[in-house]
Design a binder for this molecule. Structure first.
Ligand code: ADP
Ligand code: ASP
Ligand code: MG
Length: 404
């Protein structure tokens, strides 16, 4: 008899009817003789609403209080789902992250799991009960409530599956991982099976599902992950270790991400140590720089462009201006409306011409490329923000990913 950890996202639990449907599914799984552990997100958009509420009340928003506030969303879901399970005759107990044994560090809003002491969860399972655990939360080494960060419930589920030696099912509002966001490109196809490496590249490129930290944890600890629908309940996408004889698709997926912005520093003196100065200053301020491009120098001067999370632009801009001034650069130009479009596929390693097809396809559709970066299994380009969806769609077609 295996343990299965079933995690349900916000949309899957958005209203009373959905909570009852999820309870039905858990009850059906129990009837098949499986032992179920459930992890829940906050209902619907509650996490966003709590964040908004905090921003209306406070300018300082202390981390300790933010974590106490946000984790209330998941806690509500645990109790409601347990009530629905009781009505179906399924014995179920709600657990906060702390009660479930999640010990974390003290980094509020983005705590890291240090240890999972899952004894209470194991005991509940052994007693034939269904533990329903609040996702994305724990208790710190200072005994305070902590939040694991956005998307943290996926990580909670994977960590429990690892502790209990079970499979991890991530139920969401689409039926798996698709070749691109099915809400943007209606002819996107579900990927039935994808390797950890490709999934991680897709996550890093901006694919929101599953959360990247959860995929990293699953790969490190060999947890089998199944992303699937909480609406149709059909089988979804398995994320597993790559098998040596597996036929690699050249391109597995296309990811559009419009959450970044670009900064260009012009007429930077082309001397050793200049780039180091710029990016050391940004790193010291904790800025997460993504792509960096430096132009060929002309008359001893060059331009440097880099991308960063758009919500950090307003704080990073003055800092960049200050460094630009110190190194004797001319000007700093921000561009808040860019998009990064990435193609991911293990088959790129052995198939030449992928980059050429990307550039030809974008050119044929009059989409200008502002920056390019690659890894062994990914090509990313930066385009104007308003071209994002169209670029994703034409590349998706060009690489034969559209549903037949
Ligand atoms: P949950 O709240 O269930 O954890 P999220 O809302 O974080 O799930 O992520 C699910 C959403 O991710 C889907 O509704 C879908 O629009 C979006 N998405 C973007 N790219 C993809 C993709 N390649 N495959 C599947 N879903 C994707
Ligand atoms: N509810 C939180 C969020 O929306 C945590 C999670 O569900 O993963 O990010
Ligand atoms: Mg979510």
């Amino acid at each position: 008899m295996g343990v299965v950890v079933q995690k349900f996202g916000g949309t899957s639990l958005a209203d009373p009817e959905r909570i009852r449907e999820v309870a039905d599914h858990v009850a059906r799984t129990m009837k098949r003789g499986e032992q179920v552990v459930v992890v829940v997100s906050a209902m619907g958009k509650e996490t966003d609403e709590l964040l908004h509420l905090a921003s209306q009340v406070s300018k300082t928003r202390p981390g300790r209080e933010m974590d106490m506030l946000i984790t209330a969303g998941e806690r509500k879901s645990t109790a409601l789902l347990c009530m629905a399970l009781h009505d179906l005759g399924v014995p179920a107990d709600s657990f906060t992250g702390s009660q479930a044994g999640f010990l974390t560090d003290t980094t509020h809003m983005n705590a890291k799991i240090l240890e999972v002491r899952a004894d209470r969860i194991r005991d509940a399972v052994a007693a034939g009960r269904v533990p329903v655990v609040g996702g994305a939360q724990g208790v710190s080494t200072d005994h305070d409530v902590t939040f694991l960060g956005r998307g943290g419930s996926d990580t909670t589920a994977v960590a429990l599956a690892e502790r209990l030696g079970g499979v991890c099912e991530l139920y969401t509002d689409v039926s798996g991982v698709f070749t691109t966001d099915p809400r943007v490109v209606s002819v996107a196809r579900r990927i039935n099976r994808i390797s950890f490496d490709e999934m991680l590249e897709m996550c890093a490129a901006g694919c929101p599902k599953p959360a990247m930290r959860a995929v990293e944890f699953a790969r490190t600890h060999g947890v089998r992950l199944h992303v699937r629908s909480a609406f149709t309940w059909e089988p979804g996408t398995w994320i597993t270790e790559e098998e040596p004889d597996m036929e690699d698709a050249i391109v597995s997926g296309v990811v559009g991400d419009d959450s970044e912005a670009k900064i260009t520093i012009t007429n930077v003196p082309d001397q050793p140590g200049v780039a180091a100065k710029v990016f050391r200053a940004l790193a010291s301020a904790g800025v997460n720089v993504d792509m960096i491009v430096q132009n060929v120098s002309e008359q001893g001067e060059t331009d440097i462009s880099f991308t960063l999370p758009a919500d950090e632009l307003s704080t990073v801009l003055p800092l960049t201006e200050q460094v630009a001034n110190e190194i004797g650069a001319d000007s700093v130009t921000p561009d808040p409306s860019i998009a990064k479009v990435s193609l991911v596929g293990a088959g790129m390693k052995t198939n030449p011409g992928v980059a050429a097809t990307v550039f030809e396809t974008l050119a044929a559709n009059d989409i200008n490329i502002e920056m390019i970066s690659t890894s062994a299994i990914r090509i990313s380009v930066v385009v104007a923000g308003d071209q994002c969806d169209r670029a994703v769609s034409v590349l998706h077609s060009a690489f034969g990913l559209d549903v037949a």
